[in-house]
Design a protein around this ligand. Structure first.
Ligand code: HPA
Length: 272
């Protein structure tokens, strides 16, 4: 996808929203309801934005919402694009690059994830400190646009330590205990096997999921600061002697919506 396509998408959004906010949010499975709390919203269905893909995953609305949250302006992706939907990797990177072109500086990504750490319980929130890409995929494979970022780039602090501190502060302010840890990316859409989860744990993962990592790679490449928070919706495969279902993922994330909303609001208040 070319630089001019990014410019076209950014122009389309800018014409409808005005100047870009500092922070953009990507809301994960079952967490998109927060977009309903945006004040004076400008709602743009993804299908209207030039070159934007459309989201097909359950629990993902598929629209961009601009407006007020906790006294700040934000741009919110209500629903994201997943590799398992069949989107080419570069299309998953496209919205992130569009945010950069708009002038956004901070990208706050949320997701639903399975707990690999046996100390986690469903409903926990985890500040992502790092990730493991277990897919062999990368959205940056292909020609590099040097105007966006370098061909080879550092991922040492992909998840910005300052923004992670800010999230911890927000948790403290609300009396919410936040976990922290490493997120391992599997493509899905099948949930993992128990053996894969044991492998992920040995490798140092605390949680697993099917999103976020490609957006983070694209964001770091183009110089956006990243904050990631997972809602642990279930214990990953094989930890409990029970099957995992997509309904459970959506149900637990929906049940944690009030606390999640409060946390996101406080983070936006402190950092957007
Ligand atoms: N595995 C992968 N993705 C997920 C899970 C899981 O257990 N729970 C929520 N998203």
């Amino acid at each position: 996808m070319s630089a001019s396509m990014i410019v076209e998408a950014a122009d389309y959004i800018r014409e409808r929203t005005g100047p870009a906010p500092r922070m953009a949010l990507v809301l994960g499975s079952g967490l998109g309801g927060l977009a309903e709390e945006i004040e004076d919203p400008v709602i743009i269905p993804y299908g209207e934005i030039p070159h934007f893909p459309a989201s097909t995953a359950p629990g993902h609305a598929g629209r961009l919402v601009y407006g007020g949250l906790a006294g700040k302006k934000v741009l919110v992706m209500q629903g994201r694009f997943h590799y398992y939907e069949g989107h080419p990797m570069e299309r998953i990177a496209f919205p992130v690059r569009t945010f950069k072109a708009l002038g956004v500086e901070r990208l706050f990504l949320t997701n639903a994830a399975g707990g690999v750490d046996i100390g986690f319980v469903p409903g926990d929130f985890m500040v992502i400190t790092d990730h493991i890409n277990l897919t062999g995929q990368n959205p940056l494979i292909g020609p590099n646009d040097d105007a966006l970022g370098s061909r080879f780039f550092d991922m040492t602090k992909a998840y910005d330590p300052g923004l992670a501190d800010l999230a911890r502060q927000a948790g403290k302010d609300l009396g919410l205990e936040l976990r922290q840890g490493v997120y391992a990316w599997f493509t899905g859409p099948s949930f993992e096997t128990p053996a894969e989860i044991r492998m992920a744990r040995v490798l140092g993962a605390n949680a697993v999921g099917m999103s976020t990592v490609p957006e983070v790679i694209a964001a770091v490449h183009c110089g956006l600061k990243v904050l990631g928070i997972s809602c642990i919706t279930n214990l990953a495969a094989g930890i409990l002697d029970q099957p995992i279902s997509g309904d459970e993922v959506l149900e637990i994330s929906a049940r944690r919506r009030p606390e999640f909303s409060a946390l996101v609001r406080r983070i936006v208040e402190l950092g957007a």
